[in-house]
Write a protein that binds this ligand. Structure first.
Ligand code: SF4
Length: 239
């Protein structure tokens, strides 16, 4: 089918995809999927070639979260038998970075559960990041939840290169996945991270009973937010 080729060419020529065209991609018939993937790959090839970057996640704090995100096993309403622990100390965070360095990983991601970090938790991450930067020179991404501007400033000054905070879903679907914080809270943190000089990483989770239009809206929001990196997660419910 020429349609996907034409759309890909339009994007390669710096054109924008209309809402109806974006929806038609999501409604692509099964027999066209391989063609769609082939033509989409031309866009990927132009901007990223065949390069794949390796990131390693350090689960710096697990569980103990007061929020009620319906998709998350660490939430206050989840009953999953997960391990819970407070923010890992500097020694363990640096030990993880040593492992990442040994494995030739490009970016070491320090990820913590919770609504947002306390100032004490930011202190712990800041101290670890300074040592990791001095010793291993790894790129560092932090994902600590909702941020205050002064916390973002401290993380940036310590050497955090990137901050991850996903929008997760569309603005209109957000209250269906959590009621303990808002979509605007999330957007605000991405803006704060960006204004501090950290590179914004923000993505979504697909498979939370959203409509196709929500998926298009998520993509449009991330374009507006100018996220540098966009993780796409898929949730597969097991009945
Ligand atoms: S804020 Fe983060 S850790 Fe807490 S429930 Fe939501 S996704 Fe899970």
């Amino acid at each position: 089918m020429e349609k996907w080729k034409e759309l890909a060419q339009h994007v390669l020529n710096d054109g924008e995809i209309m809402n109806s065209e974006a929806l038609s991609i999501l409604e692509c018939p099964d027999e066209d999927i391989l063609l769609l993937m082939h033509d989409s790959f031309q866009i990927r090839k132009k901007y990223y070639g065949k390069k794949v970057k390796l990131n390693m996640i350090m689960n710096a704090k697990s569980g103990l979260c007061p929020e009620n995100c319906g998709y998350c096993s660490q939430s206050s309403i989840a009953e999953s038998p997960i391990e819970s622990y407070r923010m890992r100390d500097k020694k363990l965070l640096v030990e993880g970075a040593k492992q990442a360095h040994k494995l030739n990983i490009g970016t070491y991601c320090i990820v913590a559960s919770g609504r947002g970090p306390s100032n004490k938790e930011v202190d712990q991450v800041v101290e670890a990041v300074k040592e990791i930067k001095n010793t291993y020179g790894l790129k560092i991404c932090a994902c600590l939840g909702l941020l205050k501007p002064e916390q973002a400033k401290r993380l940036k000054e310590a050497g955090v290169d990137r901050y991850n905070h996903n929008i997760n879903t569309s603005a209109s679907h957000h209250s269906n996945i959590t009621t303990s914080h808002t979509y605007d809270n999330r957007v605000n943190t991405i803006t704060i991270a960006k204004e501090s000089g950290m590179s914004p990483c923000s993505g979504v989770i697909i498979g939370m009973k959203e409509e196709k239009q929500d998926v298009v809206d998520m993509a449009t929001s991330l374009k507006t937010l100018d996220a540098d990196s966009i993780p796409i997660n898929f949730l597969h419910a097991i009945d």
